[in-house]
Design a protein around this ligand. Structure first.
Ligand SMILES: [Zn+2]
Ligand SMILES: [Zn+2]
Length: 488
């Protein structure tokens, strides 16, 4: 679950009425941060939106016809594939227009999409949507939405978290106010200023979007929200459109981020290949550093030194520089411009390990936690002592290493013993051959030849073997040594 799609569905999507809104919210709650992968059975949708299943299906198709949602043909999630084939619901993509986000937010979204192998969202694939048709009578169905009525505004300033703060992000919602448009206000939020609401949301969204890139990871959270949102949407309170220009002065274009102490120190340690010194970091990376420095749900606070150590360990320790290079080939589908093959991860060890986006890779790598204890930094619990889990793992590893070393030593000793036995056997074979040769020569010089010679040599060697018994040989002996001895 991610808050952007919910915010869009709740406040900005051109839905026809409260029923549609409730269905749309119930749908996007289970989807991804970018509006993709929204799938729920019509039965569940109906339950959440308090309508009957047939209505849920019909309303979805109506929203599809108006372009609010689209049947998603790509990006089949694991959660969806896990559903028995005959029960799989339609996967909808909430068509949140690209222009709805600010430039910075869209960059962040596309950054995350890149990390998931999805193409960037553009105004072409996520066009602006026509305003909602009036309730019941839908005379203007299919008509194009008029061009933005504030042409002076730069892209991004009309979006929810853009930070301009002077105006509603979506003028058409209240200036033109299509008849019958219902704008339910979250009851827990007294503020009428969307920019204020949205700024809080924008920060929270980033966090949840990172962790909830896959819908299946966030089921529990989504369910809770589902209830809350369903309730508020289902109540369908039609409030008068009373948004006014915010009295607050305009904020600067750069997003006002609260930077944790030590941020600059960590910033200076970011490899130049990721971000040139002095440039602004990508939002996802910025946030990852802030989360580590300032602490976040499930992420204990770390010192700048610890964050830098972590950064270096991951970036240099995992050979990221090379893996992000244009000439790196992690699989046969890698090209200079990128790679569309599935990524390598724990579930897919044969995937490609090419780093397609240094920023999102580093952000994810910084937040990755190899120890099950979130407060563990290389075996030391932050603000505490040694990590028990790490110590237990280390003991286990040492135990395994010790057993392995013992086994190796045993094996080595065994090989040496076999070699020794073999050496004795080989020496005997050489002496036997030498004696045969010597005796044959003695008899030959004495004029003995042919069958008689062979017979006498055989008799002599039988006596020799009685005095020199053949040692036990561990392996079959080749005849090479014997031949060599004959020639000597
Ligand atoms: Zn590849
Ligand atoms: Zn640990």
């Amino acid at each position: 679950m991610s808050l952007y799609p919910i915010l869009w569905a709740a406040d900005h999507a051109p839905v026809r009425d409260a029923e549609e809104r409730a269905i749309l919210i119930a749908l996007v709650i289970k989807g991804d941060f970018d509006g993709c992968n929204c799938f729920r059975s019509y039965k569940t949708l109906a339950e959440k939106a308090r309508v009957d299943a047939k209505t849920a299906g019909r309303r979805c198709r109506e929203m599809e016809a108006r372009g609010l949602i689209k049947r998603q043909e790509e990006y089949r999630s694991k959660a969806w594939l896990a559903i028995p084939e005959e029960q799989r619901p339609v996967i909808w993509e909430a068509m949140i227009p690209a222009e709805w986000w600010s430039a910075a937010q869209l960059a962040d979204i596309n950054d995350q999409r890149a990390g998931l192998g999805r193409s960037p969202l553009t105004p072409k694939i996520r066009p602006a949507l026509a305003p909602a048709p009036p309730k019941k009578t839908r005379t203007d169905k299919g008509s194009k939405r008029p061009k933005k009525d504030v042409p002076s505004e730069a892209p991004g300033t009309t979006s929810p978290g853009g930070g301009q703060g002077t105006d509603s992000p979506h003028p058409q919602d209240y200036k033109s106010g299509p008849p019958g448009l219902v704008v339910p206000q979250p009851s827990e939020s007294p503020s009428e200023s969307p920019s204020e609401n949205n700024r809080a949301v924008a920060d929270a969204v980033g966090k949840s979007a990172g962790g909830c890139a896959r819908a299946d990871e966030c089921d529990a959270a989504a369910d809770e929200t589902g209830k809350a949102e369903g309730g508020s949407a289902a109540s369908g309170t039609a409030l008068p459109t009373q948004r006014k220009k915010s009295p607050r002065p305009p904020t600067t274009k750069t997003r006002p981020r609260k930077e944790s102490t030590g941020f600059e120190m960590v910033r200076a340690a970011i490899p130049a290949a990721v971000a040139a010194p002095g440039t602004r970091l990508f939002p996802g990376l910025h946030r990852a550093i802030n989360d580590l420095l300032g602490g976040a749900p499930g992420i204990p606070r770390r010192t700048p030194e610890q964050v830098i150590a972590r950064l270096n360990r991951r970036w240099y320790g995992e050979n990221a520089e090379d893996r992000a290079a244009a000439d790196y080939r992690g699989c046969e589908r890698c090209t200079a411009s990128g790679c569309e093959a599935p990524r390598r991860d724990l579930e897919n060890p044969d995937g490609c390990d090419r780093i397609r986006n240094r920023n999102s890779w580093l952000a994810a790598a910084l937040l990755a936690q190899d120890c099950s204890d979130p407060g563990c930094e290389d075996g030391q619990i932050i603000g505490g002592g040694e990590c028990r889990a790490c110590r237990d793992r280390a003991v286990e590893r040492r135990e395994i290493a010790r057993s392995a070393a013992e086994a190796a030593a045993r094996w080595e000793a065994e090989i040496k013993a076999r070699q020794a036995v073999q050496g004795v056997a080989d020496a005997w074979t050489r002496r036997e051959a030498a004696e045969t040769d010597r005796y044959r020569r003695v008899l030959g010089e004495a004029g003995v030849w042919g069958t008689k010679l062979d017979h006498q040599v055989g008799q002599h060697m039988d006596g020799w073997r009685e005095k020199n018994p053949r040692p036990a040989a561990p392996a079959a002996r080749g005849g090479r040594e014997g031949q060599a001895a004959v020639g000597a």
